[in-house]
Design a protein around this ligand. Structure first.
Ligand code: ZN
Length: 138
């Protein structure tokens, strides 16, 4: 069995953002040379997510509205976590949207269903964050 590991860096210029990271994962897969196996992609920070869904701007807007309704950023004083920081809502949003995804690799390609894309969700941006890509197989 072969294995491959890479850290990808993201720096969203805004507090919250959704970034389609599928092309970068595909580049990793090509670099790994692995044709059959599994790829794990996980956010290495507890205020960011990696999830699979449609890479469609209307849906990303809807996620933003929905998450803001569930865990509004303001007022920051409503959260106990916000002692000396203001990102409690980002932790909650990350919990809802998830930490990682696993995708099957078949014949050297990400074996997606229709419209599936890997999306990086940022909830406390304007700083550099890492995403781990781990591929195992042969
Ligand atoms: Zn925090």
């Amino acid at each position: 069995m072969r294995s491959y590991r890479k850290e990808l860096w993201f720096e969203a210029p805004t507090r919250r953002a959704f970034i389609n990271m599928t092309p970068e994962v595909e580049r990793c897969l090509k670099e790994s040379g692995i044709r059959e196996g599994l790829v794990l992609v996980n956010a290495m920070h507890i205020t960011a997510s990696v999830f699979i869904n449609d890479n469609e701007s209307g849906l990303h807007h809807d996620f933003e509205i929905w998450l803001e309704r569930l865990a509004p950023h303001e007022p920051v004083s409503q959260y106990r976590h916000n002692v000396g920081e203001d990102n409690a809502d980002a932790h909650l949003k990350r919990q809802i949207m998830g930490r990682e995804v696993v995708v099957a690799i078949t014949d050297g390609k990400l074996d997606f269903g229709p419209w599936e894309q890997i999306v990086y969700g940022e909830f406390d941006g304007r700083r550099k964050k890492r995403v781990l890509v781990k591929i195992i197989g042969e």
